[in-house]
Write a protein that binds this ligand. Structure first.
Ligand code: PEP
Length: 255
């Protein structure tokens, strides 16, 4: 199997940006720009309070809606958290887990990421699992070790069959929101190493079928070069997903 047989997925991560009315306006602007494109899946992961507006505005379009996190427990005394069942009922199809900002600012660990990932799967959501090394880890030469550990722990208890609903996003922390992009070769090398980890866990066929995205200052200018690489099957896009023209260029580059 080769890259062409994997599903290309371009996903936006809005982080803490956009209100519900801004969400409606954005989706109405974006939808016609990408209406004819079907060579890749297009997902926008939005803040919880924007989900209803996003789902409503993207009915009958080729845009699917995701959330930016999910709690590991089904319900209970977890103030401020959101369950997979809640997301599902709101029309969410995807959820991001393990984003580096969650790990960095909100104390998430490989173990909590594993719990959240399993909660997403248990509720029928497709899960975008983020892994990536810090600048210090890259400089210390432990990039592969880091992403390998993050991937293995986050996928604990996940079967080969479940992998149909998992996307891995390789996001070097030093490239997120910094304007510094990994070179296409650097990004491809780590995405290839992650595919190797998947092969060791689940076998070659599952590894070859899994979508692996690159994320980290992907933009309208560098997307085509990154997306042309053998192991890069899509992108997780922060800043550039807030501008419909830039996001459209990236979606086009993935066709
Ligand atoms: C992200 O938030 O996952 C991301 C990659 O952000 P940016 O594109 O802004 O670097």
């Amino acid at each position: 199997m080769n890259k062409a047989k994997r599903t290309a997925v371009i996903a936006g991560n809005w982080k803490m940006n956009m209100t519900p009315s801004q969400t409606t306006a954005f989706m109405n602007e974006l939808a016609p720009k990408i209406a004819g494109l079907n060579g890749c899946k297009v997902v926008l992961c939005v803040p919880f309070v924007d989900i209803a507006a996003a789902v409503e505005a993207t009915k009958n379009t080729n845009i699917e809606i995701g959330a930016e996190n999910v709690h590991m427990e089904a319900k209970g005394a977890y103030t401020g958290e959101i369950s997979g069942e809640m997301l599902k009922e709101c029309g969410v199809k995807y959820v991001i887990v393990g984003h580096s900002e969650r790990r960095q600012y909100f104390g998430e660990t490989d173990v909590t990421v594993n719990g959240r990932l399993k909660a997403g799967l248990a509720n029928g959501l497709k899960v975008i699992l983020c892994v990536g090394e810090t600048l210090t880890e890259r400089e210390q030469g432990v990039t592969f070790e880091t992403v390998s550990r993050q991937t293995k722990v986050a996928l604990g208890g996940v079967s080969a069959d479940d992998m149909k609903n998992i996307i891995i996003a390789y996001e070097p922390v030093w490239a997120i929101g910094t304007g510094k992009t990994a070179t296409a070769d650097q990004a491809d090398e780590v995405c290839g190493a992650i595919r190797g980890v998947l092969a060791s866990l689940y076998g070659e066929a599952t590894a070859e079928a899994t979508t692996i995205q690159y994320g980290g200052s992907m933009n309208a200018k560098n997307a085509a070069e990154l997306l042309a690489k053998e192991h890069i099957d899509g992108g997780l896009i922060g800043g550039a997903s807030l501008k419909s023209d830039d996001f459209t260029v990236i979606v086009n580059a993935a066709q």
